[in-house]
Design a binder for this molecule. Structure first.
Ligand code: AMP
Length: 122
């Protein structure tokens, strides 16, 4: 696995070096609105620790951080009242996954019917 890049844009947001449109924060996660929303609700949730991807996070983060992060996702879903009509979470990973920012993040998309999951790759 490659090394975490300290100067990625989400690391800079975590350090307060660049602003974000914050919607949630606790000890384990920070969440903010995506700068280029793909749905009426498009929130990015990032762990406070330095993890590149969902697999890096799952393998290397302490269980408390993993639990805290997914509790944060659930808290945001509840605060935004997304569960009733449904929503989508996405964790793009690596080259084939189309990941642009190499700090693990979960997209929460909702507020409208989102259509098919992905365009077909085959
Ligand atoms: P991904 O392709 O999964 O790595 O998604 C990265 C996401 O970060 C994209 O949806 C971008 O629109 C979003 N993004 C990039 N820079 C910022 C920023 N400064 N504030 C909020 N969202 C951002």
């Amino acid at each position: 696995m490659s090394t975490y890049e300290d100067n990625n844009i989400f690391a800079k947001i975590l350090r307060g070096e660049i602003p974000c449109d914050k919607v949630y924060e606790d000890d384990y996660a920070l969440a903010f609105n995506d700068i280029n929303p793909q749905a009426p609700v498009h929130i990015l949730v990032i762990p406070k620790g330095s993890y590149i991807s969902i697999d890096d996070f799952g393998v290397n983060a302490p269980a408390e951080e993993v639990a805290g992060f997914y509790k944060a996702v659930a808290n945001i879903v509840a605060e935004k009242e997304l569960a009733g009509d449904g929503f989508r979470t996405i964790a793009n990973t690596g080259l084939n996954g189309g990941q642009e920012v190499p700090h693990f993040h979960v997209h929460i998309l909702g507020g409208a019917a989102l259509g098919p999951m992905i365009s077909k790759a085959v």
